[in-house]
Design a protein around this ligand. Structure first.
Ligand code: HSE
Length: 417
């Protein structure tokens, strides 16, 4: 059934304006009835009658049949979205933090009130990864989903490694272009891709992972030494989010910078572009790339959700519900995976913080040191806060580690001084 949408929008920032522009240019059959904004003194590109400062003038209006939530603040977004769902309104949102932090409740509210919440725009901008995992990968045996889920940090990494730009300037550009969050720590600290990963986990595996159960580490401590290391070895750095099925009962999740070589699928994914690699038993590897941030790309994903809503599309969460219905236990989060990492440090005590299982390379220079070796994900997770506080930088070398390789061989340490 193709119904006429009467939209109540929340937020008219980068994505809201991008969406409005797209609705106009595509002549989309929907009427934006009201837009709720906060700042009364800000100049707007639309006539004043479009705007309201009172959420209830949208939430209480029975004429409005779709709420499109595009505000920045996750707590306020939660209030708006849950109220709208409870009032029987379908909702489209792009707020990844809000969705990731309340997945379980949002699922229940949709079921209880017979409404739909769509959030394609919350993950990887215009890459249709959520619906792809939900629909196309409905029955496939998905081994892993990984990729670049944050446009701002990819933009920064591109500029500092390839264009020799300073980190501060690159971040400023990412902010000016509307890619970064209002609090850019969410981007560069690896939180934004973490929220997106938690949403992906639900649609790829039916797993509800809480953000604080997952190891995330960003690019904030990147230094010129790490950039030089990458360039000398012919690598680029990419902030990767990944979820991998370990066995029939467990998945492993993480967000951290990775060194990638020329042969890697993501080597050429630059600037604000995102990418998602899905590996599955029969389709093998598929790579999806596209703009991960910005008003128009994200607005395009939101438009796709609005359009899907016209024919009553809902996520069915079949992977989560199938487990429940069959009495099978949901997949658990595993921290047992061994990773090979590069740790750049200054003080010896910072090196000693992480219990390395093996060490294959150790460099001690006059102004910095690094070590390459294997550690367990559980230890990275355990020392996550410490790693963020200390003068160190951690990145995955990208090497696949088998259990045998992770057997301690500490007497085989190679020291390059
Ligand atoms: N700040 C986000 C990013 C916006 O840089 O990817 C899109 O979610």
């Amino acid at each position: 059934m193709d119904k006429q949408h009467k939209i109540g929008m929340f937020g008219f920032g980068c994505v809201g304006q991008g969406l409005y522009d797209i609705l106009e240019k595509t002549n989309f059959r929907a009427e934006v009835v009201k837009i709720c904004v906060k700042n009364k003194s800000k100049e707007r590109s639309l006539p004043a009658h479009f705007f309201t400062y009172d959420a209830s003038s949208i939430l209480d209006d029975d004429n409005i049949n779709l709420v499109v939530e595009l505000i920045d603040n996750a707590d306020e977004a939660y209030q708006i979205v849950t109220t709208a769902l409870k009032r029987g309104k379908n909702v489209v949102t792009a707020n990844k933090k809000m969705v990731a932090e309340h997945l379980e409740e949002l699922l229940q509210l949709q079921e209880k009130h017979g409404v739909s919440l769509l959030y394609e725009g919350a993950v990887c901008g215009c890459i249709p990864i959520i619906r792809t995992l939900e629909e196309y990968y409905d029955n496939e045996l998905v081994f892993s989903v990984s990729g670049i889920f944050n446009g701002s940090s990819n933009y920064i990494l591109t500029k500092v490694i390839q264009e020799n730009m300073s980190y501060a300037n690159a971040l400023k550009q990412a902010q000016d272009l509307g890619f970064a969050e209002t609090d850019p720590t969410l981007d560069v600290g690896g939180f934004d891709p973490l929220y997106k990963l938690c949403i992906v986990a639900l649609h790829a595996y039916g797993v509800i992972a809480k953000p604080d159960e997952v190891f995330n580490y960003g690019i904030q401590s990147l230094s010129e030494h790490d950039i030089r290391f990458a360039i000398e070895k012919g690598y680029k750095l990419k902030l990767l989010a990944s979820i991998e099925k370990i066995n029939d009962h467990e998945v492993s999740l993480s967000v951290m910078p990775h060194f990638v070589g020329k042969g890697h699928y993501l080597y050429h994914v630059e600037n604000e572009y995102n990418a998602a690699i899905v590996e599955a038993a029969f389709s093998s590897k598929q790579v999806f790339t596209g703009k991960g941030a910005g008003g128009h790309p994200t607005g395009s994903a939101v438009l796709s959700d609005i359009s899907a809503n016209r024919y009553e599309y809902k996520y069915e969460y079949r992977k989560a519900l199938a487990k429940k219905g069959s009495g099978l236990l949901p997949l658990k989060i595993s921290y047992g995976q061994v990773q090979e990492i590069y740790l750049r440090y200054h003080d010896e005590q910072d090196f000693k913080l992480l219990p390395f299982i093996t060490i294959s390379e150790k460099y001690q220079g006059t102004d910095f040191n690094y070590v390459i070796g294997t550690v367990r994900l559980s230890d990275l997770y355990k020392y996550k806060n410490e790693l963020n506080k200390r003068n160190v930088f951690v990145a995955n070398t990208g090497k696949k580690i088998s259990t045998e390789q992770a057997t301690p061989i500490l007497n085989g340490v190679e020291t390059l001084v």
